[in-house]
Design a protein. Sequence first.
Length: 144
Amino acid sequence: MYANGAFKNPFADFDFAKIAGDFKFPAVNVETVVETGRKNFAAVTTASTAAVESFKTAATRQGDMFRAAMEDFSKHGSEILSAATVEEKIAKQIDFAKKSYDAAVANTKELADLYTKGQTEAFETLSARVAELTEEVKAAVAKK
């Protein structure tokens, strides 16, 4: 390394061009790579948009459900206070409990359906792009 006290780069006389020339690198079609990236980005964007819209719809619906439940609770309180007998108050509370339970079950199913629909749309978009990309790769390999 140090000949006559001076540093000598060990790679100074190495011919990289000669070594690299021995390797056969495949030609890369830049347009195809860019187009593939564009399609992938579009698919991810579409899937993300579907997921976000699904969450927005479900959150809005959940807010509506909560408001309706609070209105029903307020109305129920007024009905309890206006009941004349203890038996009538108990009957109204039992009816309210059953109505609230049925609404909760229906709301839960509706929300689950909303989330499932949005996620299914997002997954289908990504699955379609993966299938398309698989065919593109098969076609590119078959050309060689």
